[in-house]
Structures are given as C-alpha cells and as structure tokens.
Design a protein around this ligand. Sequence first.
Ligand code: OFO
Length: 173
Amino acid sequence: MISAPVSKALNKQIELEGSSSQFYLAMASWAETQGLNGIAAFLYQHADEERMHMLKLIRFVNERGGHGVIPMLKQPPVTFKSVKSVFEEILKHEIRVTAEINGLVDATLKVKDYTTHNFLQWYVSEQIEEEALARQIVDKLKLIGDDKGGLYFFDRDLEQLSKTEASGEGNEA
Ligand code: OFO
C-alpha cells in the first residue's frame, strides 16, 4: 500500500507529465502551421509519449491502493518564436522534469518505499535519454543558424527520427 505523502507526490508528477504532453502538443500544432511537418510529427509523437508517462504513473498509483487523479491543465503557449526556441524550451523543461523525478526518488528513499523507488528507475533512465536528445537537437540547431536549407534537412531528419521511434527502435516503453 502506498503512503499518502508518496501518493500525493506521484499525483504531482502525473500533473507534470500531463502538462508536458499538452506542451509538446502545442509545439507540434504550431510547427505544423509553419509547414514544418517533420518537426510536427516528432513533437506529436513525443506528446503521446508524455501521455504514456502520465498513464504509467496513474496505473501504478491505483495498483498500489492509491488514487491517480486526472489533473486540470493550464493552456500551453499558442505560438513560438522559432524552431530553436522550441527546442531550447524543451531542454529546459526536461531538465526540470529530471529534477522533479530525482526529488521523487529521494522522497521514496526517505520513507523506505522501495517499491516506488524501483518503479521510478524507469523514469530516471527515460530522463537521461530525453535530456540527451533535446541537447543534441539544440546543438544541431545552433549549427544550422539561419540557414533555411539546413532547416529543411533538419525537418526531414526529425520526420525520419519519428518514424524510427514509431517502429519501436529507440523507444523501449
Ligand atoms: Fe515525461 O519525460 Fe519528458 O517531460
């Protein structure tokens, strides 16, 4: 049985994963309106992944005798300054999510909840991947700078990446 404080902390994470999904969805929709279909495909897919992160937590809390609460979410931004700023925001966001996961891991150790601690290890690994990917993309965009041709190829690369992830490679979840 999950303790009330751990259940509360996991519910906070459920909310964060839910708002991550909305955030990616907002960026995907914006990218699509800019004719950046590859970037949009990648972001739509990532929005689905974040929803899956939220669902995984809801199911875990319920299985352990708690109650996963479906959160009310704030509206994410509608427009974005540039593709680079989108991915810079993603990197910042994922760094924040990593910090929250680490805080959760720490909290479970303090109350000796080893089951939840073990469950959270999946999120620890996932955050390493998410941060690394966001960092790689930001670095690529820095190289591209204002080169429109570069952005065209970048869009194609992300389309390819989303296809690879959809086929199961590079996505262990
Ligand atoms: Fe759920 O990992 Fe990103 O936010």
